[in-house]
Design a protein around this ligand. Structure first.
Ligand SMILES: *Cc1c(COP(=O)(O)O)cnc(C)c1O
Length: 371
């Protein structure tokens, strides 16, 4: 077999380097490197416009944005969340001294199951932190109804949901706050980066203070804030990257359509569905390996690896399996039967703009070859 280049689950989209040089020249000219400089302000405005949201506050990464989102609303006590996510979701709770309470997911949407939330509410519950897993919207109406009934805040980990819309527009407008990640592995990246989307100027102001040590002016500090500021280099890259989003999305959608067409009728393979979004972002392509597939999930994963196809088992293990969480009552597998099952079946296939159709064909053939 001919030597194939390594294929990872994702690869960042990089515009032409020569197109980035004028941005760097501007930074060198005006010597503003960070602290809400011109590119930072431009990117905030451009993202509000592109995403269709009111206010956005940029961060140096998504995890600090999650930690700060919780602080901005003064969340304490217990927060109901999903174990089927990247570990930063729950880590942001621990960093705030908050107890995560895990609830199970819906096996079709792989998002938090709203029917499980009510039973997990205690007198200490203050908020819900759902994840729009793989960029497919949660049942936002059901979640908001529960939040309203019990007077809880809703903070969405929307790290996967850049540009996702439903019939009312951006999915980021639901809940009290939504948090984005612009990490290199995400659909839209600034190398490292993140943001909080919020509905009013007052909340944005508080968030802006918190990401700058709590400074309000030269001599006034209102809270033990953090350094979560995005630098001018990252913001400039974001502005350039944003111009390429239509192309990024159309290339991703072609790969999504190819996989869907060729993998939807294989015995023992189930494709991760969409959940009614009107604009997808094609950020991940999860498949579930059932008992009637000839290979186990891990055997298929290893087979792909042997062909330099580095798919990932997102999300395995569950967050609730990690040592700092597994002692919680809610982390018990009996409480999370669907999440445990899905975590044992899932593989996310490579999907990114520069992924060649030849490699997609090879991936499909490898999966079919075992059937
Ligand atoms: C990527 C990701 C994060 C963390 O974002 P960073 O920018 O890497 O800190 C948080 N939650 C989810 C669901 C993610 O996928």
């Amino acid at each position: 077999m001919s030597q194939k280049p390594n294929t990872f689950v994702t690869q960042p989209y990089l515009p032409d380097l020569k197109d980035f040089l004028p941005y760097l020249e501007q930074i060198w000219d005006n010597k503003t490197l960070t602290n809400a400089g011109p590119f930072h302000q431009q990117l905030e405005a451009a993202l509000c416009d592109y995403l269709g949201v009111k206010y956005i506050s940029l961060f140096s990464n998504g995890t600090l944005a999650l930690v700060t989102a919780l602080q901005s609303l003064r969340i304490t006590g217990e927060v109901i969340t999903t174990p089927y996510s990247f570990v930063a979701t729950s880590h942001s709770l621990l960093w705030n001294g908050i107890k995560p309470v895990f609830v199970d997911i819906d096996p079709n949407t792989m998002n938090m199951n709203p029917a499980c939330i009510e039973a997990a509410i205690t007198p200490n519950t203050t908020a819900i932190m759902p994840v729009h897993c793989y960029g497919h919207p949660c049942d936002v109406d059901a979640i908001q109804k529960i939040a309203d009934t019990y007077n809880l805040r809703v903070i969405y980990d929307a790290a996967h949901a850049f540009g996702v819309e439903n019939e009312n527009g951006s999915i980021l407008n639901y809940g009290d706050l939504s948090v984005l990640s612009f990490h290199a592995t995400k659909v839209f990246n600034t190398f490292e980066g993140g943001a909080i989307v919020c509905p009013d100027a007052k909340t944005k102001k508080r968030i802006d203070h918190l990401k700058n040590f709590g400074f309000v002016d030269e001599v006034t500090v209102i809270a033990p804030g953090i350094n979560g500021k995005m630098s001018e280099i990252n913001a400039a890259f974001g502005l350039l990257q944003l111009q390429h989003m239509p192309q990024v999305l159309s290339q991703r959608s072609e790969i999504d359509a190819f996989y869907r067409a060729h993998l939807s009728n294989i015995k023992g393979i189930r494709l991760g569905g969409t959940t009614g979004e009107t604009q997808q972002n094609y950020s991940y392509f999860p498949i579930l390996i059932g008992a009637d597939y000839p290979l186990s999930r891990d055997a298929l994963y290893e087979k792909l690896r042997a062909h330099q196809i580095f798919a990932r088992r997102y999300f395995y293990p569950l967050i609730s399996e990690f040592p700092m969480y597994r002692g919680l009552n809610s982390a018990h597998r009996d409480n999370l039967p669907q999440a445990s099952l899905i975590a044992s079946q899932v593989i996310c296939l490579p999907i990114y703009p520069d992924l060649s159709m030849d490699v997609c064909v090879a991936i499909v053939d490898l999966i079919k070859g075992a059937s």
